[in-house]
Design a binder for this molecule. Structure first.
Ligand SMILES: [Zn+2]
Ligand SMILES: [Zn+2]
Length: 73
């Protein structure tokens, strides 16, 4: 029944002061982030969309392979 077993421990992941896209190196008001430090801006995400996600719900961090949600966490 459980579709997703969320066992990730409450990360001590704090929101960075600045979002600097790991892909284009630019600062953005928002980036998708991974706890490993990877960030990607919406432009780069769009460009790499089909390499990053296969369902539009989650994206895969190219650095550590973590599955990340598109929702705000
Ligand atoms: Zn970018
Ligand atoms: Zn990562």
């Amino acid at each position: 029944m459980e579709a997703e077993n969320r066992t990730e421990r409450k990360a001590r992941w704090r929101r960075p002061e600045k979002y600097i896209c790991s892909t284009c190196g630019q600062e953005h008001p928002f980036c998708w982030t991974c706890p490993c430090g990877f960030m990607i801006c919406s432009d780069c995400m769009e460009e790499n969309y089909w390499g990053m996600t296969c369902n539009g719900i989650h994206w895969t961090c190219p650095d550590c392979g973590a599955i990340r949600s598109f929702g705000n966490d």
